[in-house]
Design a protein around this ligand. Structure first.
Ligand SMILES: *[C@@H]1O[C@H](CO)[C@@H](O)[C@H](O)[C@H]1NC(C)=O
Ligand SMILES: *[C@@H]1O[C@H](CO)[C@@H](O)[C@H](O)[C@H]1NC(C)=O
Ligand SMILES: *[C@@H]1O[C@H](CO)[C@@H](O)[C@H](O)[C@H]1NC(C)=O
Ligand SMILES: *[C@@H]1O[C@H](CO)[C@@H](O)[C@H](O)[C@H]1NC(C)=O
Ligand SMILES: *[C@@H]1O[C@H](CO)[C@@H](O)[C@H](O)[C@H]1NC(C)=O
Ligand SMILES: *[C@@H]1O[C@H](CO)[C@@H](O)[C@H](O)[C@H]1NC(C)=O
Ligand SMILES: *[C@@H]1O[C@H](CO)[C@@H](O)[C@H](O)[C@H]1NC(C)=O
Ligand SMILES: *[C@@H]1O[C@H](CO)[C@@H](O)[C@H](O)[C@H]1NC(C)=O
Ligand SMILES: *[C@@H]1O[C@H](CO)[C@@H](O)[C@H](O)[C@H]1NC(C)=O
Ligand SMILES: *[C@@H]1O[C@H](CO)[C@@H](O)[C@H](O)[C@H]1NC(C)=O
Ligand SMILES: *[C@@H]1O[C@H](CO)[C@@H](O)[C@H](O)[C@H]1NC(C)=O
Ligand SMILES: *[C@@H]1O[C@H](CO)[C@@H](O)[C@H](O)[C@H]1NC(C)=O
Length: 421
């Protein structure tokens, strides 16, 4: 499940170029443009509205394909109506007018990217007709009450735009059709709502200032495929019922203050692809069940308080695209199962299952990101010394092959000259 399509930045860039070119044409050739507008198939009222939003109408905004879907129209007659509008990189003087927006209430999808214009109260016809609303680095500052008026949304995205609200429930409480919600990098405060809509498939509330714990009711979202709560101030334990999220594919609870152990019930989620629990205070052992999740590609457990022997073998670790466990000072690996070459960022175990050498320092800032490079291979444990002999051995082998080739060549030449002579 991808976030709403408007997140793709390339089309917006090209749309900007188109805007810039057309805007230039309008300013230098304003009178010549007027006749071409009237030949448009779009409702004249909506053409006026687009013009007031600095959107060029020299070319029919309904021509298919419109430049990168900035405008998408229905096929009604005699005039077509806009169903989708993407505004991006708006000029600084753009201001939204109530009249313009009122004539755009045929829109189902509206998105803003890099439009730092002031938000105004939307006409209620438009608020009710929208099923998709996206605001990325736009509209300066939003409030929960302002957003809560879009009651028919299935997709809501607000990113890199501060949202002032007493709680998420204010925004989401009346959006009964909602399927995907992203409110990220928005300085959102408050706690996670006790009740979320059953049909949510995508919840991204990353990088905000949310506090409190994960309500058990969140585990009722059977259709949830994507959950990202990373970089907040959340705490408490991961609910034992977490495994009830049976559709989950991508999960991040990273960079919060979660404690306790990783619940065993997660083993019941068959489709997990991406699991990031890094930078918390999770304790207990690393569960073995991760190695039985067939689709798993990313497993990040670094910078926690996990302990004991890492229960994985090399074939599992190599199957993953990303595997990080560094920064767990009481976690170690069995060196008769795993090679130090894997550079896991944890120490080898002694025969009691305790870390052997002093573990890598936890406070180093690069710990989380590099994960693998913080483990110093020269820190003299047997296995790493063994590996270091591989270098010289290869050189010796190469020289030997080279020499024997030369000898073979000389013998061959001698034989050849004898045979020819
Ligand atoms: C889920 O994780 C996988 C593996 O990291 C990634 O390829 C995919 O894009 C992620 N999906 C979403 C919606 O972020
Ligand atoms: C327009 O927006 C795109 C991203 O949507 C950005 O890469 C580009 O730099 C922007 N251009 C200007 C002039 O703001
Ligand atoms: C004005 O527009 C007409 C028709 O679109 C075009 O042929 C002409 O070159 C334009 N003139 C200028 C000055 O851009
Ligand atoms: C434009 O919209 C069509 C139909 O919704 C979609 O298939 C296509 O991928 C979109 N193109 C871009 C560049 O977003
Ligand atoms: C949106 O919601 C309102 C009230 O909740 C409802 O009456 C209306 O039919 C909906 N509009 C659309 C276009 O779905
Ligand atoms: C959130 O708040 C911090 C500090 O208060 C500020 O630096 C940051 O720009 C804010 N983020 C947004 C998206 O407004
Ligand atoms: C958020 O809104 C409340 C009430 O409207 C106001 O008192 C407060 O100053 C606002 N916070 C910010 C950061 O603007
Ligand atoms: C959830 O989706 C199902 C079908 O996918 C639908 O029957 C049901 O009405 C939806 N529930 C809500 C609250 O939208
Ligand atoms: C969660 O969100 C953060 C910040 O928005 C992002 O960097 C990270 O890749 C996301 N994690 C997943 C699993 O999608
Ligand atoms: C793990 O953390 C929980 C909650 O902080 C605590 O109650 C428990 O004693 C810890 N267990 C271990 C083995 O450290
Ligand atoms: C590695 O572990 C996986 C999962 O526990 C297991 O299926 C596999 O047989 C093991 N491979 C080896 C070579 O031991
Ligand atoms: C390491 O693995 C070997 C072979 O599987 C096993 O005999 C030994 O008990 C393990 N050591 C620890 C500390 O788990």
């Amino acid at each position: 499940m991808k976030p709403p399509p408007s997140l793709n930045s390339a089309p917006f860039f090209f749309f900007l170029s188109y805007l810039a070119v057309s805007a230039a044409a309008i300013t230098t050739n304003a009178t010549a443009e007027t006749p071409s507008s009237s030949s448009s198939t779009l409702d004249p009222k909506q053409i006026q509205a687009l013009e007031s939003l600095n959107i060029p109408t020299a070319r029919d905004p309904c021509t298919q394909p419109s430049p990168h879907n900035a405008t998408v129209c229905d096929s009604s007659k005699p005039f077509r109506h806009l169903v989708s509008l993407h505004l991006s990189n708006c000029s600084a003087d753009l201001s939204l007018s109530f009249t313009a927006l009122k004539s755009l209430s045929s829109l189902h999808s509206l998105s803003f990217t890099n439009c730092h214009t002031s938000p105004i109260r939307f006409p209620s016809d438009l608020s009710l007709s929208l099923t998709s609303f996206s605001c990325i680095s736009s509209l300066r500052r939003l409030t929960g009450v302002w957003l809560s008026r879009f009651v028919n949304l299935t997709d809501l995205t607000v990113s890199f735009t501060p949202v002032n609200t007493t709680g998420l429930y204010v925004i989401l409480g009346n959006m009964h059709q909602l399927k995907t919600v992203t409110i990220s990098h928005a300085n959102l405060t408050g706690s996670l709502p006790r009740h979320l809509h059953q049909n949510l498939t995508h919840v991204d509330l990353s990088d905000n200032k949310l506090k409190g714990n994960i309500p058990t009711s969140l585990t009722l979202l059977e259709d949830l495929e994507y959950l990202n709560l990373s970089s907040n101030g959340l705490n408490g334990v991961i609910p034992t019922e977490f495994g009830d999220l049976i559709s989950l594919k991508n999960l991040s609870l990273a960079s919060n203050s979660f404690s306790g152990s990783i619940p065993d019930s997660i083993s019941a989620i068959p489709g997990l692809v991406h699991v990031d629990l890094s930078n918390n205070q999770l304790n207990g052992t690393v569960p073995r069940f991760f190695s039985e999740l067939k689709g798993l590609k990313v497993l990040k457990l670094e910078n926690n308080e996990l302990h004991g022997v890492l229960p994985f073998n090399a074939s599992f670790i190599k199957r993953l695209d990303v595997f990080k466990v560094g920064g767990n000072s009481n976690l170690c690996y069995n060196h008769s199962v795993l090679s130090s070459k894997l550079k896991l960022g944890i120490a080898a175990c002694d025969k009691h299952g305790m870390p052997m050498s002093p573990p890598p320092s936890k406070d180093s800032s690069g710990d989380g990101d590099s994960g693998s490079s913080d483990y110093d291979d020269d820190s003299a444990d047997d296995t790493s010394e063994k590996e270091q002999h591989h270098g010289p051995n290869k050189v010796v082998l190469g020289v030997a092959i080279g020499l024997s080739s030369i000898v073979f060549l000389i013998v061959f030449l001698i034989l050849l000259s004898k045979w020819c002579g």
